[in-house]
Design a protein around this ligand. Structure first.
Ligand code: PMP
Length: 322
């Protein structure tokens, strides 16, 4: 659908997948006024196609739009747009275990204009692509490099929203980690480079001496939908979860050396829950839980994927059927 100043959002439609035409002066190319979301449609064994908490993606897109001065999209319109596309593309939702239809809603500033100001026109688009099982043969622990040179986010910036620029800025750190043999970067806070924030495309949890900790999302960390779902489940199960106090990388490394770093895992739409096997920080590499998958990590993975693929009952009302 399109947005035109004075007219608001209009012309919702579903079109065949094809290249779109934009003016070379379209503001998105120059000033990066762009937002996006990432979500999935799942097919249950009975053939039902369903979404996981799509209204949370809608709300997060709204906060991205607010920060980037893009006109807001009502939650109901967002959910309706995603459902309508999945309905049309229903045959593309794969049925093999662990597979899904990945959905990418995004908004771009389309006004041809050189000069920084909010665009007067936008396009909101949703594209879909079948996606294979992230873990074909069970959870596989990842190796993480704690980045101490580049930063991903600083207070007052855009770290808490989902916009392309955040990811462009994270590439150099990501490439450095890859070259050193690590699959993901763990970002530290941009001011003191002291506190753990998040992994490339996942929030990060640490179980230290029985307490589960994850970075607060105020200001610089993306409020992941998997993160909020995990916090809720963990509290239901009786775990103490601290998601309000910042955790320093030194505390994490000290806990590892004292044998108290029990589990580390990332959470995100793509991998759902991803165990972390190794952490590297300033010349020191520690192995978490002897490289094994932790009990909490496995339980969260089984529960969330169980709900998403309809194997477990949706007791929390997180599922929206298409
Ligand atoms: N942090 C970043 C930077 C991400 O890109 C993602 C993926 N959207 C996440 C965290 C996890 O968010 P979610 O659980 O909503 O996928």
């Amino acid at each position: 659908m399109d947005y035109t100043e004075g007219q608001g959002w209009h012309s919702p439609r579903i079109e065949p997948y094809q290249p779109i035409s934009l003016d070379p002066a379209a503001m998105v190319f120059h000033y990066a006024q762009e937002s996006f979301e990432g979500m999935k449609a799942y097919r249950t064994a009975e053939g039902q196609v369903q979404l996981f908490r799509p209204e949370k993606n809608a709300e997060r897109l709204q906060s991205t739009h607010e920060r980037l001065c893009i006109p807001t999209i009502p939650v109901e319109d967002f959910v309706q747009a995603v459902k309508a596309l999945v309905d049309v593309d229903c045959d593309w939702v794969p049925s093999a275990p662990g597979t899904s239809l990945y959905l990418r809603p995004f908004t771009i500033a389309t006004e041809p204009h050189l000069g920084v100001k909010p665009s007067a026109t936008y396009e909101f688009i949703v594209i879909a692509s079948p996606s294979g099982a992230y873990y074909a043969e069970g959870l596989d622990p990842v190796k993480i490099y704690v980045e101490d040179e580049y930063v991903r986010a600083t207070p007052g910036g855009t770290g808490f929203i989902k916009c392309g620029g955040n990811y462009a800025a994270s590439l150099a750190g990501q490439m450095k980690a890859h070259d050193l043999g690590y699959s993901q970067v763990l970002w530290l806070d941009g001011v003191k480079r002291k506190y753990v924030e998040e992994v490339g495309s996942m929030n990060c949890f640490f179980k230290i001496d029985g307490v589960i900790r994850t970075a607060p999302t105020v200001g610089t960390v993306l409020p992941g939908i998997t993160r909020m779902s995990c916090i809720e489940l963990l509290r239901d199960w009786g775990y103490t979860v601290d998601c309000d106090t910042r955790l320093s990388i030194q505390e994490v490394m000290d806990a590892a050396h004292a044998g108290k770093l029990e589990e580390v895992f990332g959470t995100g739409t793509a991998a759902v829950v991803s165990p972390v096997g190794k952490l590297y920080y300033e010349g020191d590499e520690v192995t978490v839980n002897d490289g094994n998958i932790g009990e909490v990590t496995q339980r969260l993975y089984d529960t969330l994927t169980g709900i998403q693929w309809g194997v477990l009952p949706d007791e929390k009302g997180w599922i929206v059927k298409v």
